[in-house]
Design a protein around this ligand. Structure first.
Ligand code: FAD
Length: 560
């Protein structure tokens, strides 16, 4: 699953589809999933029995604003990176305009392109990045770093009314693992390396970063740092904020060099300021990441719980174990139904299992599927499995072995294609995720589900869908990840989306949770920043951006 559309033949940097997720030619289909269509009918009222709608995206129908760039600036950019690495063709500029949020996809599909970057530059090393940063400041241009373009928080698009030249700085040529300090378990990695790039290079030497977001195939380590990303094995390896031990950043004041250190007491953490900075403090050129030896064994086991509450309580107990698994995840009943509906066939084993559970008094409409990942030495994995087994038993759950876990592991990078499929059929789906202390988690869950349902009611959307899972456990709390979907038919989907999204986000804040656990702020979540970190916190952030970037040249309008 690697990108096939190449927008810079000289360097071979590749991108996702301009209109949707992933690779041209790859799409979600349900002909081999017999339960999918009935599930969708019941969940959002969409009838998939008719003929598939024709693909609604055609680049030739877009009106792309002409590039605005002076000959001088163009010449200077070419002088830095070479003519072949400065591109102002329409398609690459459109690719670099948006990320992949539902708002981005709806806008691109409707040809809503008020402002696209004027030029895309592909630097080849850190020195070239710094020279472009200096050029942008000197020419009072806007510079927007571009990793994989996979963000879903509105972190990339130029402000609609931007009158200055907008340069998209694509980091795709900087994709190497530079070195590995094997004594310390630290790798220096260029910021434009996408997940598979860096894992391939590290795996050959027996190492892994252990950071696997669902967008792994199409996102970069620089983007992970700039958005404070979290991967599904974060319980063991940490979020990118834990993994990142040092960074190099091209800033308007010259290169910022933060050497890799296990810990330090140098005042407020500049490393933490770069984490989540979304291009506003400069361009990350390299990351010193913690790396681990490839595990001897890795296994994901599946469990069912009779209710979501039981599953949440079990995840909490697992998080308190002396030796923690690498993945803790439990879906609510809705998401469990969705997962079962995307299976290719119902196995005999599953039918028997469900009968057994019913005989034990389980309500199959309430049961919840959980995955727990274990990795390390064989002995360690065995110990962890035994400890988890006790906890599952305590909470009335049942282990169902490796089969579903293997499927989950294989399918997780394909699920994003469903969003484009639904859009073809007039349905919108997106996500909102958060983190909260364990003591608040159930309130966050129930009140947010209610808030989404209330929003659907107000909009006259019946049925509207919302489902949730817990993933990423910590000592003091966990992440809850909500997916919502509805059919908009002939109505304008964006205002509908905004009502549901707003209800969910506000419920997070009102119930003691954060505006986002790992999708960053961008423009999508910035309305909740002040409520999340208090007005004084927002003032500190604004002061930081103004001090580092007085000309507001770096990705203006994001975060705050
Ligand atoms: P981009 O989208 O290109 O950029 C994001 C922001 O970072 C922009 O503001 C950009 O200017 C800035 N930026 C990028 N590179 C640099 C750099 N070198 N220097 C300075 N600033 C830079 N996120 C998760 O954390 N976990 C998940 O499991 C996950 N799953 C996802 C699944 C799907 C289907 C989708 C669509 C998104 C998912 N995301 C997930 C969100 C997204 O993949 C992350 O936010 C990711 O970290 C973005 O990386 P990117 O390289 O694509 O950055």
């Amino acid at each position: 699953d690697r990108p096939t559309a190449t927008h810079n033949p000289a360097s071979g940097v590749k991108h996702m589809k301009w209109w949707g997720w992933g690779v041209e030619g790859v799409a979600f289909h349900f002909d081999d999933k017999p339960k999918f269509a009935p599930f969708v009918k019941q969940a959002v009222g969409l009838d998939l029995s008719g003929e598939a709608p024709p693909a609604s995206v055609d680049f030739s129908t877009l009106t792309v604003p002409a590039p605005k760039i002076s000959d001088d600036l163009l010449t200077e950019l070419r002088g830095v990176v070479g003519s072949e690495n400065v591109i102002s063709d329409d398609e690459p500029r459109v690719v670099h305009t948006y990320g992949k949020s539902i708002r981005d996809l709806l806008r691109i599909r409707s040809g809503d392109l008020p402002r696209v970057p004027d030029v895309v530059a592909y630097p080849g090393d850190e020195d070239e990045v710094q020279r472009i940063v200096d050029l942008a400041v000197a020419a009072d241009a806007v510079l927007i770093p571009f990793g994989g373009g996979s963000n879903i928080s509105g972190s990339l698009q130029p402000p609609a009314g931007e009158t200055r030249t907008v340069i998209s700085l694509d980091m795709g040529r900087l994709n190497k693992v530079l070195d590995v300090d094997e004594d310390s378990g630290l790798a220096r990695i260029q910021a434009g390396a996408q997940g598979p790039d860096l894992e391939e290079q590290l795996n050959k030497r027996g190492w892994t970063v252990g950071h696997f977001p669902d967008s792994f195939n199409h996102s970069t380590i620089g983007g992970w740092v700039a958005t404070r990303s979290s991967g599904m094995q974060s319980d063991k390896f940490g979020d990118i904020s834990d993994i990142t031990r040092g960074v190099r950043v091209a800033t308007p004041s010259g290169p910022l060099v933060l050497r890799p250190l296990p810990s330090t007491s140098t005042g407020p953490s500049v490393r933490e300021m770069i984490l989540g900075s979304e291009g506003r403090l400069g361009v990350i050129t390299a990351v010193s990441a913690q790396v681990h030896r490839l595990p001897e064994e890795r296994v994901i086991l599946a469990y069912f719980y009779p209710t979501f509450d039981a599953g949440l309580e079990a995840m909490h107990d697992i998080s308190l174990l002396d030796s923690r698994p690498s993945i803790t995840r439990v879906s609510d009943a809705g998401e469990t139904g969705f997962t079962l509906a995307t299976a290719k066939k119902t196995s005999v084993g599953q039918t028997v299992l469900f009968k057994v559970l019913q005989r034990r008094g389980w309500d199959l409409d309430k049961m919840c599927l959980s995955f727990v990942g274990f990795e390390g030495t064989k002995a360690h994995v065995a110990r962890q499995q035994a400890a988890v087994k006790e906890i599952v038993k305590k909470h009335g759950g049942m282990g169902v072995g490796k089969g579903p876990g293997v499927l989950y592991d294989q399918k997780k990078f394909d699920t994003p294609y469903i969003r484009d499929f639904l859009l073809d059929w007039g349905g919108a789906a997106d996500v909102s995720e958060t983190a909260a202390p364990w003591s608040r988690l159930k309130d966050v869950y129930y009140n947010t589900i209610d808030a989404a349902k209330q929003a659907y009611k107000e909009l006259g959307i019946d049925p509207g869908w919302v489902m949730c899972h817990l993933s990423h456990s910590y000592h003091s709390g966990a992440c809850l990840y909500f997916t919502f979907a509805f059919v908009y038919g002939d109505r304008d989907p964006l205002p509908l989306y905004e009502v549901v999204k707003k209800a969910i986000q506000q419920s997070f804040i009102d119930n003691g949770a954060t505006l986002s656990h790992h999708h960053a702020v961008g423009t999508e979540h910035s309305p909740w920043l002040s409520q999340d970190i208090s007005p004084a916190g927002e003032k500190i952030m604004k002061g930081l951006f103004a001090a580092v970037d007085p000309g507001s040249n770096f990705n203006p309008g994001k975060i705050t």
